[in-house]
Design a protein around this ligand. Sequence first.
Ligand code: SAM
Length: 450
Amino acid sequence: MRVGLRATHLINRIFTHSVGSASAVRWRTAHIKLLCSSSDESRGSRSSLLRHLTSKIQATGPITVAEYMREVLTNPLMGYYVRNDMLGPDGDFITSPEISQIFGELIGVWIISEWIGAGRPKQLQLVELGPGKGSLAADILRVFTQLHSVIGDASVSLHLVEVSPVLSRIQAQELTRTCSHEVDNTDTPVYCSGETATGLPVSWYRRLEDVPAGFSIFLAHEFFDALPVHKFERTQKGWREVLVDIHPEKPEQLRFVLAPSPTLASSALVQADERRSHVEVCAEGGVLVQQLARRVAEHGGAALIADYGHDGTKTDTLRGFKGHRQHHVLADPGSADLTADVDFRYLRRMAGGGVACMGPLAQRAFLKNMGIDARMQVLLRNCTDASTRKQLINSYALLTDPAQMGERFNFFCLLHHGRLVQPQVLTGLKLEKRSPAQLPVAGFTELSYS
Ligand SMILES: C[S@@+](CC[C@H](N)C(=O)[O-])C[C@H]1O[C@@H](n2cnc3c(N)ncnc32)[C@H](O)[C@@H]1O
């Protein structure tokens, strides 16, 4: 299909700018970790997290898997994300922006393409949910700098929604040259602010609802999979919720049990026509998607959600990761990442009819549509160092190989309905009047170079 000429122009310009420069072949290696997950301090907080969980269960009974996940990942004092820098080769897992800067560059082109498709609004808010080390935002901002003549005098700002004080400090180091201003007060919507090297304002928030309204492109990369899921199992007596309890013979251990009767969540969250025998429902993700959809419908823009996920087909996907290996979900809570694949069918349903949804589309297809192959060819042509070439090829394979992230990782987006409206062609006897052709949605349709 021959579409996306404008996006290909943008990509060509990025390629031309970066070719042969040191940054074009700077593939990410491990960043220094501020807090090692195996430090004594961290081990202490993990055992206190287990104590906190067991005393909670002793007081009120078994807790839902969603509550367990929320406590383990984001407990304000002891949560895994709150205390750790877990990303990268030396951490517990690695993500696409940490594997290669090409990834962020292509997302940067996607954002500008959507901004052009929306008619180049004067204001562009880039809002990232769960920005990790800030690598994705940094690579996107570099594209914005390279395309400053395209962006013109639009006012661009960066808004980061981050729950982790450790990671927000790393993000500030990565993104802001000027000293960031931190606020301790938890009631203040903006808890940190600063400015990038090129003078763009950056603000940090704990919740999406604190981000100001306005035309925005929202990004959520490996964010929804970190949100708590409820788990349900079909039994002969109907749907029952999976809960977390203390092991009766080993009080230092937790185990999964089934609720003896329906819970509020099992009654409200399982669909009447559900065919699977085990389902995971991320109610928090559903609420967030509703908020994103409302903002896109009211103020314009788009939301790009990229994650491990499925279209309402998978069952038991909750797993733990520690040191790049799978880790039992209930073992040593707080020492490992917990993640559950995103159910995009559920997100589509929760987004409602106020926005258009595209995807899920496999990462391999999305990146190829965005021109990753052409970008690779240029980089390899300009790279003479054998080890850098090897790194380039390995990173490309990690991102696109179907057995690695190529098929398991998916892209999904919410768009303003106006973005997809077919242009009107007005014909008369003597006059044929055409409105400008609608710009196709990059990434979700194949680009052609002409
Ligand atoms: C798996 S990491 C992904 C980081 C980054 N997006 C990447 O792909 O490299 C999840 C990110 O979301 C943040 N996070 C997790 N739960 C959150 C929540 N409820 N609110 C805000 N941020 C959250 C974490 O601190 C972390 O920055």
